[in-house]
Design a binder for this molecule. Sequence first.
Ligand code: AMP
Length: 225
Amino acid sequence: MQILFLGPPGSGKGTQCKKLSQQLKTPHLASGDLLREAVIQQTEIGKLAQTYIDRGNLVPDDVMIKMFHERLAKDRTAHQGFILDGFPRTLVQAKAFDELLKELSLILTVVIDLQIPDHLLVERITGRRICSNKGCNAVFHVRFAPPKETNICDVCGAPLMQRSDDKEELVKERLDIYRKQTEPLINYYDEKLLLRTIDAQGEPEEIFLDILTTLKNIDTVGTRK
Ligand code: AMP
C-alpha cells in the first residue's frame, strides 16, 4: 500500500505512522525526520533547510520535490509500499507527487487525514521531547507520555531534547502555515476519492485501531469498499 498521512503538527502523525510501519512492515518516510537528518549531517539540503525549519517556515517546494524524487526513484523497497508523513505539504508538492507516482508507475492507495482542533495542539507540541540520539528517533511528552527518568530516553538512555521548532513562539506560525498551505490538500485528495478522515483527539491506541479499520475497508487499488 502507498499511504499518505495529513494532519497538523502535533496531531500524532509521527506516532501513528511509526506504529503502522511496524505493523505493515512498510517503510515510514517522514519529511521532517529526513530534513533533520540532513541538518545533522550538514548536507547541502540540510544547510538550506535549517534556516526554514528554525523559523517554523516550509522548506521551498523545489527542494522537497527533488528530495522525494531522489528518495523514491532510488529506493526500490519503497516500490513495495510506503507510508508518507509530511510530504506533500502544499498543492505544488501534491501535483509534483502525482507526476512522480506516474513516472514510477505507482498508485496512491489512500490519504488519511488526522483531524484535531488547534487548541489541543499547542500543549501537545510544546510538551514533545525527542531523543537526541539520531539513530533512535523515540518521541516522548512531558505530560502525556513521560519517560521513566526525567529527560532520559527509555529506549537508548540518551538525553531528550526539544525540537527547535516546537518552542511556543513558533507553534502558532506552524499551525497557521498548516491551515493555509497544507489544508487545501484535504479537498484535493477528497476530489480524487482517496481521503479518509480520522478523529485524532482520543488515545493513540484507539486512533491506531481506527486507522487499521479504515485500511481494512480499502482494497489495494485505492477503491473504497
Ligand atoms: P515535521 O517534522 O513534519 O513537523 O517537519 C518539521 C519542519 O520541516 C517543518 O516545519 C518544515 O520546516 C520542514 N518540512 C517538513 N516537510 C516539509 C515539506 N513537505 N515541505 C516543506 N517543508 C517541510
